[in-house]
Design a protein around this ligand. Structure first.
Ligand code: ATP
Ligand code: MG
Length: 398
């Protein structure tokens, strides 16, 4: 079987194109690594996944739908560019019926064919109408038959599945995303994966002051995200010592913001470990007290690294829709113990200044706290396919 892969041309211009195409090929192959006999080919500027005819299509379809960089894809028959062969292929694709309306769309790459695209559309349309009893509907058909004609061959496809969109993973650099068990941060990571980033995750947990529910959830979230990028590194950081030190020495209204500053600092210290160029959080403007513009700025001031916030301008409904699509929503919705709720007052500061936070931190040994947290970090490596997790202790302090 042959599956035509289409990508959006945007961003694929000039010398970058072969780099993008190469990454896309690798990603497609990796996504189907456990299906025997899958190959990826480019011919005449078109990309195909080729698989044995008995390869399980539902599995392939599921895998291909999660490869960033694919705009859409569809199983395709390759036949000689003759009217007879195209009719036969059209019947094989849609002749069984089961739909009330359809249309035929023909694109003609090679103009030497005697008939115009419109004429071929009419011809194939009437053949299908007779075979299926369905009506032609050019506006909102239930099904569409796509035909692409070139000099000698025609590609006939009865379906066009939506792809993940975006650009291939690995074309936009590495990012370290701060991920909690909540709904937002996994979506932020997913959005960057779809923009071509290879995203490593870091989670801060308060075990043993709290149970392991958040850690378990974050592992499942990492698994879900790995289905989009093939490999994920998750750094797990014990945060209870930091929280206890902050609680002992700093004013209660500033606690959450101070926790956040420490999270960013520790994450920044871990960036070389995963060769990340930027950090990422799931903040969305104004969603909670710690996410006012003033507070986001005061928190970011603790680090030099760029802090990407892909959800900043999104509202909860939009984020939730993305979470469902990413496959993280049901995991995030499970109850957990969130370390940020530990020792926090009912009225956190709404507009802190970086100077105020820095002054509160005078009472702490910031460098040692960050170093100790980094030393104690653990790493988990996820791959898919096959679905696999490996746990390591960090060997060296970055
Ligand atoms: P989420 O749904 O991701 O928890 P949120 O909108 O609830 O996000 P907060 O809980 O205020 O926001 O956290 C803001 C951001 O800080 C999160 O999106 C995440 O990037 C980071 N963060 C918060 N808690 C943790 C944690 N325990 N480990 C790692 N990152 C965290
Ligand atoms: Mg949260």
């Amino acid at each position: 079987m042959r599956v035509r892969i289409r990508w959006h041309e945007l961003g694929l211009k000039g010398g970058n194109r072969s780099f993008f195409v190469d990454r896309l090929k690798k990603a497609l192959l990796a996504a189907c690594a456990d299906v025997t006999g899958v190959r990826v080919k480019t011919r005449d500027g078109r990309m195909y996944v080729e698989a044995p005819d008995d390869a399980p299509w539902p599995l392939l379809r599921e895998r291909l739908a999660r490869v960033p960089g694919v705009a859409n894809f569809g199983r395709t028959r390759v036949v000689p560019a003759t009217l007879e062969a195209m009719r036969e292929a059209a019947l094989a694709e849609l002749g069984a019926g089961g739909f009330a309306s359809f249309r035929v769309r023909v694109r003609r790459g090679d103009k030497s064919f005697a008939m115009r695209a419109g004429e071929v559309e009419t011809d194939l349309g009437s053949v299908l109408a007779v075979a299926t009893g369905a009506a032609v509907d050019l506006e909102t058909p239930e099904r569409t038959l796509f035909v692409e004609m070139s000099r000698e061959t025609a590609l006939v496809s009865g379906e066009r599945e939506p792809g993940a969109g975006g650009v291939p993973v690995g074309t936009a650099g590495r990012v370290l995303a701060l991920v909690s068990g909540g709904i937002d941060s996994p979506v932020a990571a997913w959005r960057l994966i779809r923009r071509g980033c290879s995203v490593a995750l870091v989670n801060f947990h308060a075990f043993p002051l709290q149970d392991r529910t958040m850690q378990d959830k974050v592992q499942e979230l990492a698994r879900a995200l790995t289905r989009w990028q093939g490999r994920t590194r998750l750094l797990s950081v014990a945060f209870a010592p930091v929280q206890q030190a902050v609680v002992a020495a700093c004013p209660p209204p500033l606690r959450v913001l101070l926790y956040r500053r420490f999270m960013l600092r520790i994450a920044e210290a871990l960036m070389p470990r995963v060769r990340a160029r930027a950090l990422c959080t799931g903040d969305s403007l104004g969603q909670v007290a710690s996410q006012t513009l003033a507070n986001l700025a005061a928190v970011s001031a603790a680090v030099q690294a760029p802090v990407l916030r892909p959800l900043l301008g999104m509202d909860k409904t939009e984020i939730t829709a993305d979470a469902r699509r990413a496959g993280t929503f049901t995991i995030s919705a499970l109850p957990d113990q969130d370390c940020c709720q530990l020792f926090v007052p009912k009225r956190p500061a709404l507009a802190a200044e970086a100077e105020e936070l820095a002054a509160a931190e005078q009472a702490l040994d910031v460098r040692t706290m960050v170093r100790d947290a980094v030393y104690a970090a653990e790493e988990l490596r996820f791959t898919f396919p096959p679905d696999h997790v490996e746990v390591r202790r960090l060997a060296v302090c970055p």
